[in-house]
Write a protein that binds this ligand. Structure first.
Ligand code: GLP
Length: 236
């Protein structure tokens, strides 16, 4: 595991974008696992700049996102599909039909999960998975539990996650209570993993996840079993 600590969010975003750009340059038809939350927003801004400057192209890239709120369709401004369009896809030359986000409005979430895992398999897996980390150690929406879940599955969100994510909604009551998330298998089978964590508040959980025992109560701790993880944290 490689740790990069930087002073500012700007540095974090630039470094993360440089790593993703390198992946695209090395394999222009790569599969990127993408993430939402506030931490990757600056990374996406830097990637957009790189496309505008002609440094990289998303023309042949496929993306699979980690998760989606249950009950929000892509037109809802807090859905993760909307977030991805707004923060990245609408501004780069990606073929939108090759951008995948789990469907949080699927009638049968179990089937949706199975289909999502099949899709990732059919794409040959993920070349680079971008991750954030929740204050409770969640990755994607894999919340603390008694066990790690391998498959894409629906989850009940932890009260602390609902609280943390309520900053994006009009009120706490508007935050969906459940989500569908890629499970640990697809995440851990990614060839490389890049985690971005913005701000002092995340430093404790990162230390616990990366230096403590591998424990499903700290979901990100499973990353200790992956051979190629880079974590970029900003101090401010
Ligand atoms: C959400 C997402 C996670 C993300 C987390 C942290 O809960 N499902 O994938 O890592 O937020 O977000 P932030 O970077 O805003 O703290």
């Amino acid at each position: 595991m490689k740790f990069i600590t930087v002073k500012t969010y700007e540095e974090l975003s630039k470094k993360a974008a440089d790593i993703i750009a390198a992946q695209i340059i090395l394999k222009n038809d790569c599969v990127l696992g993408l993430a939402t939350g506030s931490s990757p927003v600056g990374t996406y801004k830097n990637l957009i700049k790189k496309v505008e400057n002609g440094e990289i192209s998303f023309k042949n890239v496929t993306s699979v996102n980690l998760d989606e709120y249950v009950g929000l369709d892509g037109s809802h401004d807090q859905s993760y599909r909307y977030f991805m369009n707004d923060n990245l896809f609408d501004h780069v030359d990606i073929d939108k039909s090759k951008t995948y986000v789990p469907n949080g409005c699927a009638a049968d979430l179990k089937k949706e999960g199975e289909a999502y895992d099949e899709l990732i398999k059919s794409l040959g897996g993920i070349d680079l998975q971008l991750l954030g980390i929740g204050l409770d150690g969640h990755i994607g929406f894999n919340e603390p539990d008694d066990f790690f879940t391998a498959a894409t599955h629906s989850v009940t969100l932890d009260p602390s996650t609902i609280e943390a994510n309520s900053r994006f909604f009009a009120s706490k009551d508007d935050v969906p209570k459940s989500a569908i998330t890629m499970g640990m298998m697809s995440i851990m089978q990614a060839k490389r993993i890049l985690m971005v964590a913005n701000g002092k508040a995340k430093l404790d959980i990162i230390k616990k996840a990366m230096e403590g025992p591998v424990d499903p109560r700290v979901p990100a701790s499973i990353l200790q079993l992956h051979p190629d993880v880079t974590v970029i944290c900003s101090e401010n």
